[in-house]
Design a protein around this ligand. Structure first.
Ligand code: AMP
Ligand code: MG
Length: 405
């Protein structure tokens, strides 16, 4: 059986980037940049006041103190959004607001708390250093700078940055369309009448949600029966999407026809069975360059194999520079006995105690026990070799979601 890394390599080698497209900045959240973003302008566009106060020449206020203030003539008021009309001369000050452009001749801004007005002018109580409380033109961003790199995932900070340099239309990679097909005679869909011999199709919904979280567009194909004919019909539809995910029917059971049907339709199978728990029977192939995943039917196995193999593939297809979840080291808070053989992905809760990461499992780890994932914010990764890992030892964890206090 091949290792998780070998399987990831086989899969990722087959993944091609989607084509770029342009979207409105307001629609770009969570997408991936398809080009570097360069600023056409300096930011700030002029030297700007960083305080509400008075723009001054530093030689005028060099002797200023609380007991012997310097008196300056106020020649104009510059609110934010107005350009200065005058040049500051000797003995002069301009009242200025935060973000307003600095008048020519000014060398510093004295904040309003260090001044007092008397109707004709302003008393300054303190000397200033050259450049004090001034934001220089281009200090944040210079015209021509690459402010964001191709491959960056767009968060709110990237949206604000692009807005600040006037980028209203953004080049991003297209979102891959990912077909999701559930298989099994025992499955019924939500809200459809069902007999006592049926279970609900949770994988169809869980996988579609994982696709959306990873930035793909889920295309739900519902349920295929465990018959070659029905599988053929629905898989044929699925093969028109960028990716196809099939859950169930990839084990050794008498009704597990998925791999046979995939091959009969011309899918080239590249791997089957990975040394991991849960998720051993995962399968992967390609059809005309498009990835096809056979994920094990057990609800936890399908979601964990999605995490390890499908999510990085979707992110790679979407042009993302970082495609793996963050890994960190945490201190185990219980003893765990790990049998030798496959790498194990225990559903786990990571918390922070006294500034250190702690981790414990979420309890019953059966591969049909969805509650183990509901309670989890991480996967604890136990290496292939078997051993007893004691409370207090360090283990590797893969974060799935935030650490909540
Ligand atoms: P299979 O991989 O088809 O042998 O399925 C393994 C187990 O997962 C069986 O107990 C199935 O009933 C269950 N299962 C398969 N597909 C789904 C699904 N879409 N939703 C929930 N459980 C499923
Ligand atoms: Mg089945």
């Amino acid at each position: 059986m091949i290792s998780v890394e070998e399987a990831q390599k086989i899969i990722l080698d087959e993944i091609k980037q989607t084509a770029p497209e342009k979207v409105l900045l307001s629609q770009a959240l969570n997408r991936t940049l398809a080009e570097d973003i360069r600023s056409p302008l300096d930011h700030p566009p002029w030297d700007t006041s960083a305080m509400d106060g008075y723009a001054i020449r530093i030689s005028d206020t060099a002797s200023a103190s609380k007991s012997t203030p310097v008196h300056l003539t106020v020649i104009e008021e510059i609110p934010a959004g107005k350009l200065p009309q005058k040049i500051l001369g000797k003995g002069e000050a301009a009242k200025i607001m935060t973000g307003a452009p600095l008048p020519k001749g000014a060398e510093a801004v004295v904040k309003v708390e260090e001044t007092a007005t008397d109707g004709e002018g302003v008393h300054i109580y303190t000397p200033s250093e050259n450049g004090e409380y001034i934001r220089l033109q281009g200090e944040a961003v210079r015209a021509g700078d690459a402010v964001l790199k191709k491959g960056t995932g767009i968060r709110s900070a990237e949206i604000a940055m692009m807005a600040s340099v006037g980028k209203s239309v953004v080049p991003v990679f297209q979102q891959p369309r990912i077909a999701v097909l559930s298989t099994g005679d025992e499955l019924a869909d939500l809200d459809e009448p069902r007999g006592l011999d049926k279970i609900l199709n949770s994988n169809g919904y869980g996988l579609a949600a994982q696709v959306a979280e990873a930035g793909g567009i889920p295309v739900t194909l519902g349920i295929a029966k465990d018959s070659k004919e029905d599988l053929k019909t629905k898989i044929t539809i699925g093969l028109t999407s960028d990716f196809l995910l099939i859950s169930g029917g990839v084990s050794m059971g008498d009704y597990d026809f998925v791999l046979e049907v995939l091959e009969s339709l011309g899918v080239t199978m590249r791997l089957w069975k990975v040394a991991m728990k849960p998720g051993k029977p995962v399968a992967f192939g390609t059809f005309q360059g498009r990835p096809v995943f056979g994920l094990p039917g057990n609800p936890v196995s399908s979601m964990v194999t999605f995490e390890e193999f499908v999510r990085p593939a979707i992110l790679k297809a979407s042009g993302r520079d970082k495609i793996f979840r963050p890994m960190l080291t945490a201190i185990l808070s219980e003893d765990i006995e790990k049998r030798p053989g496959r790498r194990q992905f225990l559903r786990a809760v990571v918390s922070v105690e006294n500034g250190e990461y702690k981790v414990c499992s979420t309890g019953d780890q059966g591969s049909a026990i969805l509650m183990s994932l509901v309670k989890a914010n991480a996967l604890m990764i136990l290496p292939e070799a078997g051993e007893i890992i004691k409370a207090g030892e360090k283990v590797t964890v893969q974060m799935l979601s935030e650490i909540t206090a």
